[in-house]
Design a protein around this ligand. Structure first.
Ligand code: ACO
Length: 429
Protein backbone atom coordinates (compact mmCIF):
# COMPACT_ATOMS: atom_id res chain seq x y z
CA UNK A 1 0.00 0.00 0.00
CA UNK A 2 1.50 3.35 -1.02
CA UNK A 3 -1.42 5.72 -0.50
CA UNK A 4 -4.18 6.38 2.01
CA UNK A 5 -7.60 7.64 0.88
CA UNK A 6 -9.30 10.51 2.64
CA UNK A 7 -12.91 11.15 1.68
CA UNK A 8 -15.16 14.01 2.67
CA UNK A 9 -18.49 15.28 1.41
CA UNK A 10 -18.50 12.96 -1.61
CA UNK A 11 -14.97 13.85 -2.71
CA UNK A 12 -11.82 11.79 -2.28
CA UNK A 13 -8.10 12.37 -2.30
CA UNK A 14 -5.27 9.85 -2.53
CA UNK A 15 -2.53 10.77 -0.05
CA UNK A 16 0.92 9.25 -0.56
CA UNK A 17 2.44 7.39 2.37
CA UNK A 18 5.90 8.18 3.70
CA UNK A 19 7.74 5.31 5.34
CA UNK A 20 10.69 6.08 7.61
CA UNK A 21 13.84 4.00 8.14
CA UNK A 22 12.33 2.30 11.18
CA UNK A 23 9.01 1.64 9.38
CA UNK A 24 7.06 4.51 10.93
CA UNK A 25 4.33 5.60 8.51
CA UNK A 26 3.10 9.11 7.77
CA UNK A 27 0.32 10.23 5.46
CA UNK A 28 1.24 13.16 3.25
CA UNK A 29 -1.90 15.26 3.42
CA UNK A 30 -0.48 18.38 1.77
CA UNK A 31 -2.89 18.11 -1.21
CA UNK A 32 -5.93 17.60 1.03
CA UNK A 33 -7.01 21.20 1.50
CA UNK A 34 -6.84 21.97 -2.23
CA UNK A 35 -8.82 18.87 -3.18
CA UNK A 36 -11.30 18.57 -0.28
CA UNK A 37 -11.35 22.11 1.16
CA UNK A 38 -10.67 20.88 4.69
CA UNK A 39 -7.71 20.97 7.07
CA UNK A 40 -6.49 18.69 9.86
CA UNK A 41 -6.78 19.80 13.50
CA UNK A 42 -4.08 18.58 15.88
CA UNK A 43 -3.34 21.00 18.74
CA UNK A 44 0.05 20.33 20.29
CA UNK A 45 0.94 18.27 17.18
CA UNK A 46 0.12 14.91 18.81
CA UNK A 47 -0.26 13.17 15.43
CA UNK A 48 1.61 15.52 13.14
CA UNK A 49 5.08 15.07 11.65
CA UNK A 50 6.30 18.49 10.52
CA UNK A 51 9.28 17.27 8.48
CA UNK A 52 11.44 14.33 7.55
CA UNK A 53 14.80 14.27 9.29
CA UNK A 54 17.85 12.02 9.39
CA UNK A 55 19.36 13.34 12.60
CA UNK A 56 17.75 11.64 15.60
CA UNK A 57 15.49 8.64 16.07
CA UNK A 58 13.32 8.04 19.12
CA UNK A 59 11.10 5.06 19.87
CA UNK A 60 9.18 6.29 22.89
CA UNK A 61 7.49 2.96 23.61
CA UNK A 62 10.77 1.07 23.76
CA UNK A 63 12.88 3.84 25.33
CA UNK A 64 15.22 4.13 22.34
CA UNK A 65 17.23 7.23 21.43
CA UNK A 66 19.76 7.32 18.59
CA UNK A 67 21.87 10.12 17.14
CA UNK A 68 22.55 9.56 13.42
CA UNK A 69 21.96 5.84 13.96
CA UNK A 70 24.14 5.44 17.08
CA UNK A 71 22.46 4.35 20.33
CA UNK A 72 22.79 7.06 22.97
CA UNK A 73 24.25 4.48 25.36
CA UNK A 74 27.10 3.88 22.88
CA UNK A 75 27.98 7.57 22.68
CA UNK A 76 28.40 8.20 26.39
CA UNK A 77 32.16 7.59 26.28
CA UNK A 78 32.62 10.05 23.39
CA UNK A 79 33.58 13.68 23.86
CA UNK A 80 30.89 16.31 23.39
CA UNK A 81 32.57 18.15 20.47
CA UNK A 82 32.71 14.85 18.50
CA UNK A 83 29.00 14.23 19.19
CA UNK A 84 28.21 17.79 18.12
CA UNK A 85 30.11 17.17 14.86
CA UNK A 86 28.23 13.89 14.36
CA UNK A 87 24.85 15.56 14.78
CA UNK A 88 25.64 18.50 12.55
CA UNK A 89 27.57 16.76 9.74
CA UNK A 90 26.12 13.26 9.91
CA UNK A 91 29.27 11.23 10.61
CA UNK A 92 31.75 10.83 13.46
CA UNK A 93 34.79 12.99 12.74
CA UNK A 94 38.01 11.36 11.56
CA UNK A 95 41.06 12.02 13.72
CA UNK A 96 42.08 15.00 11.55
CA UNK A 97 38.53 16.35 11.38
CA UNK A 98 38.25 16.22 15.16
CA UNK A 99 41.60 17.95 15.66
CA UNK A 100 40.56 20.73 13.24
CA UNK A 101 37.09 21.00 14.77
CA UNK A 102 38.42 21.28 18.32
CA UNK A 103 40.96 23.88 17.27
CA UNK A 104 38.30 25.95 15.52
CA UNK A 105 36.04 25.71 18.56
CA UNK A 106 38.82 26.95 20.82
CA UNK A 107 39.99 29.76 18.54
CA UNK A 108 36.46 31.07 18.11
CA UNK A 109 35.41 31.02 21.74
CA UNK A 110 36.12 34.69 22.48
CA UNK A 111 33.15 36.99 22.12
CA UNK A 112 33.57 40.39 20.49
CA UNK A 113 34.88 42.84 23.11
CA UNK A 114 31.98 45.23 22.42
CA UNK A 115 29.52 42.51 23.44
CA UNK A 116 31.05 42.48 26.91
CA UNK A 117 29.40 45.85 27.49
CA UNK A 118 25.97 44.23 27.09
CA UNK A 119 26.46 42.32 30.33
CA UNK A 120 26.72 45.60 32.22
CA UNK A 121 23.24 46.61 31.06
CA UNK A 122 21.45 43.60 32.55
CA UNK A 123 20.19 43.83 36.14
CA UNK A 124 22.20 41.68 38.59
CA UNK A 125 19.35 39.23 39.13
CA UNK A 126 18.61 38.76 35.41
CA UNK A 127 17.91 35.11 34.62
CA UNK A 128 20.89 33.69 32.68
CA UNK A 129 18.49 32.35 30.03
CA UNK A 130 17.33 35.92 29.35
CA UNK A 131 20.95 36.96 28.88
CA UNK A 132 21.90 33.93 26.79
CA UNK A 133 18.97 34.26 24.36
CA UNK A 134 19.56 38.01 23.94
CA UNK A 135 23.28 37.57 23.42
CA UNK A 136 22.89 34.73 20.93
CA UNK A 137 20.48 36.86 18.86
CA UNK A 138 23.05 39.68 19.10
CA UNK A 139 25.74 37.50 17.52
CA UNK A 140 23.99 38.15 14.19
CA UNK A 141 24.87 41.85 14.63
CA UNK A 142 28.56 40.94 14.93
CA UNK A 143 28.65 38.34 12.17
CA UNK A 144 26.31 39.96 9.61
CA UNK A 145 27.45 37.78 6.71
CA UNK A 146 25.05 35.09 7.83
CA UNK A 147 23.45 34.77 4.39
CA UNK A 148 26.68 33.78 2.65
CA UNK A 149 26.76 30.02 2.14
CA UNK A 150 30.54 29.92 2.65
CA UNK A 151 30.14 31.49 6.10
CA UNK A 152 27.58 29.04 7.45
CA UNK A 153 30.18 26.58 8.75
CA UNK A 154 32.11 29.37 10.41
CA UNK A 155 28.96 30.72 12.06
CA UNK A 156 28.18 27.21 13.31
CA UNK A 157 31.59 27.10 14.99
CA UNK A 158 31.17 30.61 16.41
CA UNK A 159 27.80 29.78 17.91
CA UNK A 160 28.93 26.51 19.47
CA UNK A 161 32.12 28.02 20.80
CA UNK A 162 30.77 31.31 22.08
CA UNK A 163 27.54 30.09 23.69
CA UNK A 164 29.55 28.58 26.55
CA UNK A 165 31.52 31.81 26.97
CA UNK A 166 28.29 33.84 27.12
CA UNK A 167 26.78 31.30 29.54
CA UNK A 168 29.74 31.53 31.92
CA UNK A 169 29.79 35.33 31.71
CA UNK A 170 26.10 35.53 32.55
CA UNK A 171 26.94 33.65 35.76
CA UNK A 172 29.91 35.91 36.52
CA UNK A 173 27.62 38.90 36.02
CA UNK A 174 25.07 37.49 38.48
CA UNK A 175 27.68 37.12 41.22
CA UNK A 176 29.57 40.30 40.42
CA UNK A 177 32.89 38.63 39.60
CA UNK A 178 35.26 39.58 36.78
CA UNK A 179 35.09 37.54 33.60
CA UNK A 180 37.71 34.92 32.81
CA UNK A 181 38.86 34.59 29.20
CA UNK A 182 38.90 31.18 27.50
CA UNK A 183 42.34 29.67 26.88
CA UNK A 184 43.46 27.61 23.93
CA UNK A 185 45.16 24.83 25.94
CA UNK A 186 41.94 23.71 27.63
CA UNK A 187 39.22 21.41 26.34
CA UNK A 188 35.69 22.61 25.61
CA UNK A 189 34.43 21.44 29.02
CA UNK A 190 37.47 22.60 30.99
CA UNK A 191 37.27 26.05 29.40
CA UNK A 192 33.64 26.37 30.39
CA UNK A 193 34.31 25.25 33.96
CA UNK A 194 37.27 27.64 34.29
CA UNK A 195 35.25 30.54 32.95
CA UNK A 196 32.56 29.71 35.52
CA UNK A 197 34.69 29.13 38.58
CA UNK A 198 38.20 30.62 38.23
CA UNK A 199 38.87 34.16 39.42
CA UNK A 200 41.77 36.48 38.57
CA UNK A 201 43.01 35.80 42.12
CA UNK A 202 42.73 32.03 42.03
CA UNK A 203 43.05 29.42 39.29
CA UNK A 204 40.33 26.76 39.19
CA UNK A 205 41.68 23.25 38.93
CA UNK A 206 39.29 21.31 36.75
CA UNK A 207 38.37 18.00 38.35
CA UNK A 208 38.35 15.15 35.79
CA UNK A 209 35.25 13.75 37.53
CA UNK A 210 33.36 17.02 37.06
CA UNK A 211 34.65 17.44 33.50
CA UNK A 212 33.50 13.93 32.56
CA UNK A 213 30.12 14.41 34.22
CA UNK A 214 29.54 17.65 32.34
CA UNK A 215 30.62 15.98 29.10
CA UNK A 216 28.05 13.22 29.67
CA UNK A 217 25.29 15.67 30.58
CA UNK A 218 25.84 17.69 27.43
CA UNK A 219 25.92 14.57 25.25
CA UNK A 220 22.60 13.21 26.53
CA UNK A 221 20.98 16.61 25.96
CA UNK A 222 22.48 17.14 22.50
CA UNK A 223 19.39 16.37 20.40
CA UNK A 224 15.87 15.09 20.74
CA UNK A 225 14.26 15.43 17.30
CA UNK A 226 11.18 17.67 16.98
CA UNK A 227 10.76 18.84 20.58
CA UNK A 228 9.31 22.27 21.37
CA UNK A 229 12.58 24.25 21.10
CA UNK A 230 13.87 22.42 18.01
CA UNK A 231 10.53 22.89 16.28
CA UNK A 232 10.80 26.58 17.18
CA UNK A 233 14.25 26.77 15.60
CA UNK A 234 12.83 25.13 12.47
CA UNK A 235 9.75 27.38 12.31
CA UNK A 236 11.83 30.53 12.72
CA UNK A 237 14.52 29.24 10.35
CA UNK A 238 11.87 28.37 7.75
CA UNK A 239 11.46 32.09 7.07
CA UNK A 240 15.19 32.01 6.18
CA UNK A 241 16.02 33.74 9.48
CA UNK A 242 19.72 33.37 10.23
CA UNK A 243 21.22 30.69 12.45
CA UNK A 244 21.78 32.97 15.46
CA UNK A 245 18.25 34.41 15.37
CA UNK A 246 16.71 30.94 14.94
CA UNK A 247 18.69 29.43 17.83
CA UNK A 248 17.89 32.42 20.03
CA UNK A 249 14.20 31.64 19.49
CA UNK A 250 14.89 28.01 20.42
CA UNK A 251 16.51 29.18 23.66
CA UNK A 252 13.37 31.10 24.57
CA UNK A 253 11.23 28.02 23.91
CA UNK A 254 13.55 25.85 25.98
CA UNK A 255 13.28 28.15 28.99
CA UNK A 256 9.66 27.22 29.78
CA UNK A 257 9.12 24.96 32.83
CA UNK A 258 7.33 22.30 30.76
CA UNK A 259 10.47 21.94 28.61
CA UNK A 260 14.10 22.67 29.55
CA UNK A 261 13.11 24.83 32.50
CA UNK A 262 11.95 21.63 34.21
CA UNK A 263 15.44 20.82 35.54
CA UNK A 264 15.41 23.99 37.64
CA UNK A 265 11.79 23.32 38.65
CA UNK A 266 12.68 19.77 39.78
CA UNK A 267 15.36 20.92 42.22
CA UNK A 268 13.12 23.71 43.52
CA UNK A 269 10.35 21.13 44.04
CA UNK A 270 12.68 18.69 45.84
CA UNK A 271 14.08 21.48 48.02
CA UNK A 272 10.56 22.60 48.93
CA UNK A 273 9.48 19.06 49.88
CA UNK A 274 12.66 18.68 51.94
CA UNK A 275 12.20 22.06 53.66
CA UNK A 276 8.62 21.17 54.55
CA UNK A 277 9.72 18.02 56.38
CA UNK A 278 10.30 15.58 53.51
CA UNK A 279 6.76 14.16 53.36
CA UNK A 280 6.92 13.17 49.69
CA UNK A 281 3.85 10.93 49.95
CA UNK A 282 1.71 13.93 50.88
CA UNK A 283 3.24 15.77 47.90
CA UNK A 284 2.42 12.84 45.60
CA UNK A 285 -1.21 13.02 46.74
CA UNK A 286 -1.29 16.66 45.66
CA UNK A 287 0.14 15.60 42.30
CA UNK A 288 -2.62 13.01 41.88
CA UNK A 289 -5.35 15.55 42.60
CA UNK A 290 -3.63 17.71 39.93
CA UNK A 291 -2.96 20.51 42.38
CA UNK A 292 0.70 20.37 41.31
CA UNK A 293 2.72 18.55 38.63
CA UNK A 294 5.53 16.21 39.44
CA UNK A 295 8.30 18.04 37.62
CA UNK A 296 10.80 15.86 35.76
CA UNK A 297 8.12 13.24 35.08
CA UNK A 298 6.18 12.50 31.92
CA UNK A 299 7.04 13.01 28.30
CA UNK A 300 5.14 13.49 25.07
CA UNK A 301 7.11 10.80 23.29
CA UNK A 302 8.47 8.44 25.96
CA UNK A 303 5.80 6.12 27.29
CA UNK A 304 8.47 4.05 29.00
CA UNK A 305 11.65 4.97 30.92
CA UNK A 306 13.51 7.84 29.25
CA UNK A 307 16.92 6.34 28.34
CA UNK A 308 18.59 9.65 29.19
CA UNK A 309 17.15 9.57 32.72
CA UNK A 310 18.51 6.04 33.11
CA UNK A 311 22.01 7.16 32.08
CA UNK A 312 21.90 10.18 34.37
CA UNK A 313 20.56 8.26 37.36
CA UNK A 314 23.53 5.86 37.14
CA UNK A 315 25.91 8.79 36.64
CA UNK A 316 24.44 10.59 39.64
CA UNK A 317 25.25 7.69 41.97
CA UNK A 318 28.75 7.30 40.52
CA UNK A 319 29.70 10.99 40.40
CA UNK A 320 28.39 11.88 43.86
CA UNK A 321 30.26 8.91 45.25
CA UNK A 322 33.49 9.95 43.47
CA UNK A 323 33.11 13.51 44.72
CA UNK A 324 32.28 12.32 48.25
CA UNK A 325 28.99 14.23 48.26
CA UNK A 326 26.02 13.05 50.27
CA UNK A 327 23.04 15.01 48.97
CA UNK A 328 19.75 14.29 50.78
CA UNK A 329 17.88 15.13 47.58
CA UNK A 330 19.19 11.89 46.03
CA UNK A 331 17.24 9.69 48.40
CA UNK A 332 14.20 11.93 48.18
CA UNK A 333 14.22 11.80 44.37
CA UNK A 334 14.64 8.01 44.37
CA UNK A 335 11.80 7.60 46.87
CA UNK A 336 9.54 9.71 44.70
CA UNK A 337 10.43 7.68 41.63
CA UNK A 338 9.78 4.40 43.43
CA UNK A 339 6.46 5.65 44.77
CA UNK A 340 5.40 6.86 41.32
CA UNK A 341 6.37 3.69 39.47
CA UNK A 342 4.07 1.57 41.64
CA UNK A 343 1.16 4.02 41.71
CA UNK A 344 -1.77 3.50 39.31
CA UNK A 345 -1.99 7.25 38.53
CA UNK A 346 1.50 7.16 36.99
CA UNK A 347 1.23 3.62 35.59
CA UNK A 348 -2.02 4.31 33.72
CA UNK A 349 -0.66 7.53 32.24
CA UNK A 350 2.75 5.97 31.49
CA UNK A 351 4.61 8.67 33.41
CA UNK A 352 8.31 7.96 34.04
CA UNK A 353 11.25 10.14 35.04
CA UNK A 354 12.47 12.22 32.12
CA UNK A 355 15.94 13.69 31.47
CA UNK A 356 15.32 16.55 33.88
CA UNK A 357 14.55 14.46 36.95
CA UNK A 358 18.13 13.58 37.93
CA UNK A 359 20.19 16.10 35.94
CA UNK A 360 19.77 18.88 38.52
CA UNK A 361 21.27 16.81 41.31
CA UNK A 362 24.35 16.28 39.16
CA UNK A 363 24.62 19.99 38.35
CA UNK A 364 24.30 20.80 42.07
CA UNK A 365 27.13 18.38 42.87
CA UNK A 366 29.29 20.17 40.31
CA UNK A 367 28.65 23.54 41.95
CA UNK A 368 26.42 24.84 39.16
CA UNK A 369 23.79 27.19 40.63
CA UNK A 370 20.12 26.31 40.14
CA UNK A 371 19.29 29.22 37.84
CA UNK A 372 22.02 28.00 35.44
CA UNK A 373 20.50 24.53 34.98
CA UNK A 374 18.47 25.43 31.90
CA UNK A 375 21.52 27.17 30.45
CA UNK A 376 23.41 23.89 30.86
CA UNK A 377 20.63 22.09 28.99
CA UNK A 378 20.90 24.73 26.26
CA UNK A 379 24.67 24.29 25.91
CA UNK A 380 24.04 20.61 25.34
CA UNK A 381 21.16 21.19 22.89
CA UNK A 382 22.84 23.81 20.67
CA UNK A 383 24.41 21.16 18.34
CA UNK A 384 20.95 19.65 17.86
CA UNK A 385 19.39 23.00 16.99
CA UNK A 386 22.25 23.74 14.59
CA UNK A 387 21.89 20.32 12.96
CA UNK A 388 18.16 20.83 12.40
CA UNK A 389 18.60 24.39 11.13
CA UNK A 390 21.28 23.18 8.71
CA UNK A 391 19.27 20.17 7.56
CA UNK A 392 16.33 22.42 6.80
CA UNK A 393 18.52 25.05 5.16
CA UNK A 394 19.96 22.40 2.82
CA UNK A 395 16.58 20.91 1.93
CA UNK A 396 15.65 21.85 -1.66
CA UNK A 397 11.88 21.82 -1.24
CA UNK A 398 11.72 23.45 2.19
CA UNK A 399 8.81 25.88 2.55
CA UNK A 400 7.96 28.50 5.14
CA UNK A 401 6.14 27.05 8.17
CA UNK A 402 2.67 28.43 8.19
CA UNK A 403 -0.05 26.37 9.89
CA UNK A 404 -3.76 26.84 9.25
CA UNK A 405 -6.38 27.44 11.94
CA UNK A 406 -10.08 26.88 12.54
CA UNK A 407 -11.49 30.34 13.14
CA UNK A 408 -14.01 30.41 16.03
CA UNK A 409 -14.30 34.20 16.57
CA UNK A 410 -17.29 36.45 15.71
CA UNK A 411 -18.72 36.55 12.19
CA UNK A 412 -18.75 39.84 10.31
CA UNK A 413 -19.86 42.70 12.56
CA UNK A 414 -21.38 46.03 11.50
CA UNK A 415 -18.75 48.65 10.60
CA UNK A 416 -17.78 50.66 13.70
CA UNK A 417 -17.79 54.49 13.67
CA UNK A 418 -14.87 56.48 15.13
CA UNK A 419 -14.79 60.12 16.21
CA UNK A 420 -11.88 62.47 15.38
CA UNK A 421 -9.97 61.38 18.47
CA UNK A 422 -10.22 57.70 17.62
CA UNK A 423 -12.89 56.73 20.17
CA UNK A 424 -15.73 54.49 18.97
CA UNK A 425 -19.09 56.23 18.58
CA UNK A 426 -21.77 54.18 20.34
CA UNK A 427 -24.05 52.54 17.89
CA UNK A 428 -25.55 49.14 17.24
CA UNK A 429 -23.09 46.44 18.36
N1 ACO B 1 2.75 15.12 36.92
C1 ACO B 1 1.46 14.76 37.08
N2 ACO B 1 0.65 14.43 36.07
C2 ACO B 1 1.14 14.48 34.83
C3 ACO B 1 2.49 14.83 34.59
C4 ACO B 1 3.30 15.16 35.69
N3 ACO B 1 4.57 15.51 35.52
N4 ACO B 1 2.72 14.81 33.26
C5 ACO B 1 1.57 14.44 32.71
N5 ACO B 1 0.60 14.24 33.64
C6 ACO B 1 -0.76 13.78 33.42
C7 ACO B 1 -1.63 14.90 32.87
O1 ACO B 1 -2.27 15.62 33.91
C8 ACO B 1 -2.61 14.13 32.02
O2 ACO B 1 -3.55 13.51 32.87
P1 ACO B 1 -5.09 13.28 32.37
O3 ACO B 1 -5.01 12.26 31.27
O4 ACO B 1 -5.79 12.82 33.58
O5 ACO B 1 -5.57 14.63 31.88
C9 ACO B 1 -1.76 13.00 31.42
O6 ACO B 1 -0.72 12.78 32.39
C10 ACO B 1 -1.15 13.34 30.07
O7 ACO B 1 -0.40 14.53 30.21
P2 ACO B 1 -0.31 15.68 29.14
O8 ACO B 1 -0.05 16.97 29.82
O9 ACO B 1 -1.48 15.61 28.23
O10 ACO B 1 0.97 15.19 28.36
P3 ACO B 1 1.80 16.04 27.30
O11 ACO B 1 2.40 15.08 26.38
O12 ACO B 1 0.96 17.12 26.70
O13 ACO B 1 2.90 16.78 28.19
C11 ACO B 1 4.84 17.10 29.51
C12 ACO B 1 4.20 16.28 28.38
C13 ACO B 1 4.68 18.60 29.22
C14 ACO B 1 6.31 16.78 29.53
C15 ACO B 1 4.17 16.74 30.86
O14 ACO B 1 4.37 15.37 31.13
C16 ACO B 1 4.70 17.58 32.02
O15 ACO B 1 4.18 18.69 32.24
N6 ACO B 1 5.73 17.09 32.77
C17 ACO B 1 6.31 17.88 33.84
C18 ACO B 1 7.27 18.92 33.28
C19 ACO B 1 8.54 18.28 32.77
O16 ACO B 1 9.16 17.48 33.44
N7 ACO B 1 8.94 18.71 31.55
C20 ACO B 1 10.16 18.23 30.94
C21 ACO B 1 9.86 17.31 29.82
S1 ACO B 1 11.32 16.69 29.10
C22 ACO B 1 11.92 17.96 28.23
O17 ACO B 1 11.25 18.79 27.71
C23 ACO B 1 13.32 18.11 28.13
Amino acid sequence: MSTAKISFDGKEVDCPLLVGTEAEVGINISAMRDRLGIVTYDPGFLSTAACTSSITYIDGDRGILRYRGYAIEDLTSAKFPAVAFLLIYGHLPSRQELLDWRRKLTLNSYIHEDMLKFFEGFPPLAHPMAILSAMVASLSAYYPDFDKEEDIDLNIVRLLAQAKTIAAYSYKKSIGQPRIYPRTEFSYMANFLRMMFATPAEEYVVSPVVEDALNLLLIVHADHEQNCSTSTVRVVGSSRANLFASVSAGLCALWGPLHGGANQAVIEMLERIQAEGGDYKAFMNRVKTKEVRLMGFGHRVYKSYDPRAKILKEAMDRVLNQLGINDPLVELAKNIEEEALRDSYFIERKLYPNVDFYSGILYRAMGIPTNMFTVMFALGRIPGWIAHWREMHMCQDQRISRPRQIYVGPSLRPAPQFDDEGFTIDGPV
